[in-house]
Design a protein around this ligand. Structure first.
Ligand SMILES: [Zn+2]
Length: 184
């Protein structure tokens, strides 16, 4: 099932391609680039939708199903860490409340006994996708945003961010030295 945010994200990318004729953006949606993450933020009234898509390697250092107890613990730790949106992004001038999180790391956990293991169908690369829904005090107060991901996951050196409000939209490449996003 494709979420509302998926359509918003697709719309943003399509519009960016049309308005800037930026060839890089056209493939952005399906890119799996180690070291890079995709972040999409969309506001709707006082709601804020955030999608993070990144190769698992950036967050865990591996993309296969966890095998050792250490790897399993690392996946559980990642789940816990990503459940706290403050580890991803903070809004220093706003009060936003996380009301919903979609995060499924099953592809990184060992198969259960009753699941068949199809070696050939295992993907070589694994993407982590997290979706957050927040409500903020005032829509206008959501920006700016400070990205915390670089601090917590040093393997990420680039974040391709897309943002969309009812008035404006844009795309920006963020790095550890340029980690603030503003759409005012
Ligand atoms: Zn990969």
């Amino acid at each position: 099932m494709k979420s509302l945010l998926h359509y918003i994200k697709t719309a943003v990318i399509t519009t960016v391609v049309i308005t800037t004729n930026n060839a890089i953006a056209s493939d952005n949606h399906h890119a799996h680039v180690h070291g890079s993450a995709e972040l999409t933020l969309a506001t709707e009234n006082n709601k804020l939708f955030i999608n993070l898509t990144t190769p698992a390697d950036n967050l865990l250092g591996f993309e296969h199903r966890a095998e050792t107890s250490i790897e399993i613990a690392n996946v559980k730790q990642l789940e816990k860490k990503l459940s706290n949106i403050n580890n991803l992004i903070i809004f220093p001038e706003s009060t936003c409340l996380l009301i919903d999180t979609h995060l499924n790391l099953d592809l990184l956990l060992p198969l259960k006994n009753n699941q068949h293991h199809h070696k050939h169908s295992e993907k070589k690369h694994t993407e982590v996708v997290v979706e957050y829904t927040l409500t903020c005090e005032k829509r206008v107060d959501i920006a700016p945003a400070t990205i915390q991901l670089f601090k917590h996951y040093p393997a990420i050196d680039t974040i391709e961010a897309l943002w969309l409000t009812d008035k404006k939209q844009g795309a920006i490449t963020l790095t550890p030295n340029k980690n603030t996003l503003s759409w005012r």
